[in-house]
Every structure is written in structure tokens, then in C-alpha cells.
Design a protein around this ligand. Sequence first.
Ligand code: T1G
Length: 702
Amino acid sequence: MSKVEFEKRGAIGVIFVDYPPVNALGQAVRQGLVEALDQGLADPEVSALVLACRGRTFIAGADITEFGKPPEPPLLGDAILRYEESPKAIVAALFGTALGGGLEVALGCHYRVASAGTKLGLPEVKLGILPGAGGTQRLPRLIGFEKALDMIVSGDPIGVDDAKKLGLVDEIVTGDLVDGAVRFAAKIATVRPLPRARDVAHHLEQAKTNPGFFDKATKDARAKSRGARAPLRCIEAVRLALEVPFEEALLRERALMREARESVESKAMRHVFFAERAAAKIPDVPEGSETLAIKKAAVLGAGTMGGGIAMVFANAGIPVVLVDREAAFVEKGLDIVKKNYAGTVKKGKLSQAEMDARVGRITGTTDWDGLADVDLVIEAVFEEMALKKEIFGKLDKICKPTAILATNTSTLDVNAIARSTSRPSQVIGLHFFSPANVMRLLEVVRGKETSKTVVATSMKLAKQLGKVGVLVGVCYGFVGNRMLHKYYREANFLIQEGALPEQLDRVMTGFGFAMGPCATSDLAGIDVGWRIRKEQPKPPAGERYMGAVPDRLAEMGRYGQKTNAGFYKYEAGSRTPVPDPEVTAIIEQVSKELGIERRAVTDDEILERCMFAMINEGAKILDEGIALRASDVDTVWINGYGFPTHRGGPMFYADTVGAAKVLERILQFQKEFGGVWEPSALLQRLAKEGKSFAGVDAERAS
Ligand code: T1G
């Protein structure tokens, strides 16, 4: 069945795209668009045309699954030129998400009408590319260069009201969209000349008076992009509008887009796109599996995490009870919640009315009886097993039989917690990341006895809460923290051997992380890890201890930002890390006490040891089935640990280096630094067979 149909409504021809799930511009759709246009143009009874879509959204872009294949005609840019040059007016009828190539098609039409709630954007930069079908030329001409560049470089969509104000949308339709578009088309059918975005001159003239604008945009983008090239390519393309004629700019934009599409950066970001969607698919809990309705939730523990989690539910429209053992703790928790919301309102990112509605969904109490009718309880108290078991025992008695009992533990054994209840099948780990109302990742920790219904409900809830849910098994630190521990082990060993915090952080931010391990420890608080390590047994004699330097800093009261001194020093009220010679002296003293002769450490060694320690642990996690897919490990790191998206995640990065090279280096480190570098069996297999982690996912999916 054709993906594009033509239908006549009186004198108006309606071109319907129908290609679920998101009407992506695959070859058949492009072909259909051209054929339907020809049909409309050839029909003398047709005075104007409407371009519309069936299904859940207007065209959401090019078909990303076609990337990497040789482009087939008609090319999107050429199809759009056909629409733009049409002698009959064409009205695009937008709803849902008009994105990427979809918005570019609409920009090639002469008018755009839209339903309320429509989102419009050019998100290509989030795939490591740039708009390649005229978006960088038509959008700036139509709405102005500043706003257009902001949309193209950020990739963030705008709402239909803003689009109307900017002149991107001509009319917001109430009632049936296609009927409204047909009425609009009939109204403008005879208006000439036909308004084409390419012909709008005033923004272009204005931009030509201020070419310096692009230099500033480039400087800002370079500072923000953490080494990603796509934002810079976007600016380069938009700038063409000032430098060359429209047609030539289209060809050069297309060439820039193709260059970007072949880049490892774009392959990494497309991997991340599909990895996030794959993470939602659980092989033994297929789509459509039975789920429980979560209409009311509760959070136990009104501390920072508890308050953040309560906000997540309130933001998703789910009433939530915030419980703690003393009224003062509850009050404090609610105050923090209100402060967080007030901050968002102040930034203009939330209306006061919406804030009030969300705060209204959160009730604080010390009374556990209020938990009898909730559908889900999330425990977020101190990381003490005895306390958690006591709490789950009590919840087991109070909560209704169908209620899901979840723990937000980041390290403890979920199976042991489950066994402290009479309903282990209803127990699951829901591991949020701090700040819970900001971080997108949710590790969904499946216990041995967790039922498929509870797994399916939790994965569905993750999407409902605007989180990226990744299913993981039970082990110490699950996926993220378990790998983080290895990364930080190497980071701290490197400091003991000769590196300094500023070198380590420079290498890791150069790789693309927002912050290096030392600055991150200062932000999170060096005392947090120190207190946990103090509870744990020291490694046996002869085995190295990663905590030597951070323990010394903590013992000296250098907890990080909160004490204006940690691995770095901080001016009062500033978050800017300043290298501190006192820390260098402390580190040198600790190395001496450990009997380590300090040496020059190269940037390459730092990157390899930090990354390969992570990758090796990721491979062991896959070996053990704690993660279903290598791409899940990447999704955890991208959404929970600030791993640079343009690197694709640790396992994707491993594939760009190659399993054989990673193994070769790990075996070298094993020789130099001992058993902590025991290579994973999976990595050894991949190296031997010349395979990749992506290949493992494909094997497991088939
Ligand atoms: N191509 C192919 N498949 C796509 C797709 C696309 N553009 N967008 C979504 N899908 C699939 C997705 O993998 C999933 O599949 C299903 O649709 C539902 O998606 C020339 C070159 C539109 C906001 O970047 O942002 O145009 O997992 O789970 O949460 O300049 O999808 O069910 O098998 O995300 O409701 C630019 C990408 C392309 C938009 C819907 N466009 N898509 O979100 O559903 S580049 C984009 C999205 C381009 C031109 C260039 C979101 C969405 P499956 P979903 P959702």
C-alpha cells in the first residue's frame, strides 16, 4: 500500500502521508510525495493543495534507519524544491512533532497551519548532523537568523504559539486540523505571488549587517559542545546564506550534511537514539504485557533524593505522599521541593499555576496508614540493610496486596530486601540519579522473584515519568555505579602514581565529559565516599587501596565544594575549581607513604586506563547478564553519568577502538598493575573472533 495518498475535497487536493510510527521520510514516502504533487498539479479542478499526515504525528524527519545506505532518489531536497516551485499554493497541516526533514518539507510549502500543542524543530544536531534539505537556508530567512540558529544549534523544538509569533506558522487551527487546512487553502488559493520562505529578504539583509554574529555563535558553540563537531557544522551551513546564492547554499548544505552523516560522531549519536528506544524492550516481557495502574504513589524518606523523586511523580501528574519519621523532616523535604519549583518558575521554565498544581499533588506525612491505598511505594532512606529490611517488613503489612514495593538503593542487594517481605514478586529496585527531578536515567533493578507484571509496570512507568528506564540485574552497584567504581579506581591510582587532579580532569573533559572525576568528587562531596569506605574492610596487604588520597583530603576536612576545598580550592561562593599547590603536596606525601615513586603520566595512559577499566567491567556485566545489551550499558552512562553523547557510550566507544586493541592494552595493564585488570571473557572472545559489542547485541536480539 502506498505510503502517500491523494484525495480531493472540493477544489482542494489533500496529500496524506501514512507511514507509521512517525511518518518518517523514507524513500517510498519521498516518492509518494512527488507523485501525489504531480497528481494535484495535473488536475485542473484542483486550485490548491494541503499536505497532511495520518497517525500520531506530522512527519518527524528523514528515516534515520536509511542512514548509512546509499541515498535513493528522489532526494528530499529535490522533492521539497518541487513543492516550493508548485504553481498551486500548498498548505502544510502540522500536528504532534514536525521535526527535521518534516519541518523542512513544511518550510518548502507556501503556508503552514497547525493544531494546538504542535512542536516544531530541527533536531538534526542531536544526531550529529545538520538539517540537509534546506532547513539552514529557509528557516533563518523566515524567522530571523538569531532564533533560527538557536533552534538549529540546540536542536530543541519550539511550541506552536512561539512559532505563530515568529511567522513560522500562519494559523493555529481549532477543531479538525485537515478541515481547517482545507478551509485555509480555499481562502488563499488565488493569492499571488505565492509566499516562499526562500524569498523572504528582510532577515537576510539584517543579518548581513552583523556578520560578527556568527563568530560569537561559533565561540559559544565551541565552548558548549565538548568536542562535538555538529553544532559548528550547523553554524557553517546557516552562514552560507550570507555568502552564496540560495541554490548553491542548498548544495553545500547537503554536502556538509553528508560529511557529518558519515562521521563517527553521528554514528555514535544515532546509536544513542536507537539504544534508548531498544532499552524499553524486554525480551521476556513483550510489549502489551499486563501492567498495573500507578494512580497514587508514596516516597519514604524526605531527604534530597526522596524530595526529588516526589517531584518526578508530581510532574507526571501522579499524586504522591512524602513520608518521613518526624514532622520536621517532612517540612524540610517539602520546603526543598517548593524551593526547587520556585527556582524553575523564576527561570520562566514553569508557570506559577503549574507549580501550584504540582506542589498540590505532593502531601507530606509521618503517618504510615496513608500508605494503605497507594499503588507504589519507593523507599529512599539511608543505605543501611537492617533499616531497609525493617521498613519493607512494615510496608508488607500496611500496603495493599497489589502494591509495588520499590527501593531506591544504589548498592544494596534487592533480593535480600525482597526476602524481608511476604511478596518478593512485588519488590523491585527503582534507582533514580541525583538530582532525581533532573537526571533522565532510571535503573530498574529486577530481583530474582520480581514478577513480569512488576517489570512491565516499572518500565512503562519510567516512560510516563519522562525517564529512560534501563532494566538491570542485582549486583553491587548494578550497572552504572559498578563501572564508575572501576573508573574512579584507575583515576585515583593514576593520582598516586604521578598525575594531578587538573591533568586527569583535563583529559576526561577533553574526551567530552562535562566534568572530570576530581571535580565531580568535589561536587558530590569527598566525605560521602570516605564515610562508605570507612564502613568497608581495607584491601588485603599487597593490594592497592584507591581511597588513599581522597581519605587524606577528607581527614583534613577538605570535603570539596561544600568546604571550598577538596581536590581543588574554590573562592567563596564560586564553583570554579582552582588547582591548589597544597593538594599537590598532600598527594606527593601520600605517594611517598605508599612507597610509590611518582612518574610522568601521559594523557593517553589516563584516557586508556579510565575508559578501558569501565569497558572491561561493562563486558563482565554483559557476561553475567546484569545488562541485557551493550547498548543498555551505553544508555545508562549517557543518561546517568554525563558520558558524552557524541562518543556513543563506553561500549560503542570500545567498538570504535576495537576489541583487540582494548584487550591488548588491558593485558599490558594487567602485567603492570595486577589482577584488578583481569580481562572479561566476553572481551577476549570478541578480540579473538574480531567481533564487536554491537555484534553481541545483534546476536542476542536475533
Ligand atoms: N526515523 C526512523 N524511525 C524513527 C524516527 C525517524 N526519524 N523517529 C522515530 N522513529 C521510530 C523510533 O525508533 C521508534 O521505533 C518509533 O519510531 C517511535 O519513536 C534531512 C536528515 C518523533 C519525538 O531526529 O525525536 O530529518 O522503537 O519511541 O517518544 O534534515 O521519535 O518503536 O521500533 O521515540 O513518541 C530528524 C527523531 C531526523 C526526530 C516521537 N528527526 N524522533 O517520540 O516515540 S534527521 C528526528 C524523535 C533529518 C533532514 C535530516 C521521536 C519523536 P520503535 P519513539 P516518541
